[in-house]
Design a protein around this ligand. Structure first.
Ligand code: NAD
Length: 313
């Protein structure tokens, strides 16, 4: 197998970048990029491997030979995971590709809140010179839900500020020293209560949907800040708006929202204790280069090194 089929929904510039990066890593592999849905569906008929920006379930009916779908994203909550598994089609993600830019952005959010940069920017827009005091991240407590690629990279950066790190993992016995204290899902309330900052870096699953609601925000408290780079639905959006409006929680840095783009009438736009970015934390000029490394490693596992689907990342 020496052909990778890109979905037509991948932009031409992204496809060119990926093709260029893959040409070095997998010189014998052809990367096919049909421009229309009809052309893509035609190519899908004999495709074994698809690199995909989006893969709706109905495409499976057109893909009798399909063995592997490589998503061009870290989160695959929008993919038909059960249907793919039923057909024994492996689904791999770009987990890890975003960890550096997202982790750097998380540190940016923490510093912006800690040093009062929002206040400075609001004053700047109003031509106001009024000195105020900033805090220090040094030795503050950071709770992290989801210690995967992003969560782990954040712990490394947070070490520079000697932060006290609390983690929430499905299996806390596998902490391996990444955080100072590790809790299972039933420890979330304690982590909220003890954290100055609570970072959500977990995937959206049935378990994590609505994980942070009214009670968790109350426990995080008026001095606490929620940072969500995971998915909007991990947080109860109504509870969040209300907690921010009534200063039940100190603030929020949000890159992801239950509805994206964030509707123009969302109260979040106007709250002075919110930093809001348009789901761009994972962006980086090095994105496709890193993506190609992961795609190539998966390809080699499956087609060159005698690996099986179970060996894919
Ligand atoms: P990852 O797969 O490396 O890590 C996710 C971690 O969350 C894993 O360790 C997993 O075991 C853990 N997890 C799963 N369910 C959990 C639960 N119920 N409680 C606690 N931990 C749980 O993924 P990643 O690259 O670190 O990305 C994490 C998520 O961040 C992605 O799934 C995606 O939704 C989101 N993301 C957002 C952006 C962005 O631009 N804002 C970019 C990349 C990823």
């Amino acid at each position: 197998m020496n052909r990778l089929l890109l979905t037509h929904t991948v932009s031409r510039s992204a496809a060119d970048e990926l093709r260029e990066a893959l040409a070095e890593a997998l010189p014998a592999v052809t990367v096919e990029h049909p421009r229309t849905e009809d052309a893509f569906r035609e190519s899908l008929r004999d495709a074994e491997a698809v690199v995909s920006a989006r893969f709706p379930e109905e495409l499976l009916d057109d893909a009798p030979e399909l063995e592997w779908v490589q998503a061009l994203s870290a989160g695959v909550d929008s993919y038909p995971r059960d249907a793919l598994a039923e057909r024994d089609v492996a689904l791999t993600t770009l987990s890890g590709v975003h960890s550096e830019p997202v982790a750097e952005q998380v540190v940016g959010y923490l510093l912006a809140f800690e040093r009062g940069l929002l206040t400075g920017m609001h004053q700047q827009h109003r031509t106001v010179w009024e000195r105020y005091s900033g805090g220090e991240l040094m030795k503050k407590t950071l709770g992290i839900v989801g210690l995967g690629a992003i969560g782990t990279r954040v712990t490394e950066l947070a070490d520079a500020f000697e932060m006290n790190l609390l983690g929430v993992k499905r299996d806390p016995s596998t902490n391996h020293g990444v955080v100072d204290e590790c809790f299972g899902p039933d420890g979330l309330a304690e982590v909220c209560e003890r954290s100055d900052y609570l970072l959500l870096a977990c995937p959206l699953t049935d378990e994590t949907r609505g994980l942070v609601g009214r009670e968790e925000l109350r426990l995080l408290g008026e001095d606490g800040v929620l940072v969500n780079v995971a998915r909007g639905e991990v947080v109860d959006q109504d509870a969040l708006v209300s907690a921010l409006q009534y200063h039940v929680v100190g603030g929020a840095a949000l890159d992801v929202f239950a509805t994206e783009p964030l509707p123009a009438d969302s109260p979040l736009w106007d709250l002075s204790n919110v930093i809001l970015t348009p789901h761009m934390a994972g962006s980086s000029p090095k994105y496709m280069e890193r993506a190609a490394t992961i795609v190539a490693a998966n390809y080699r596992t499956l087609y060159e090194n005698g690996g099986t689907k179970a060996h894919l990342r």
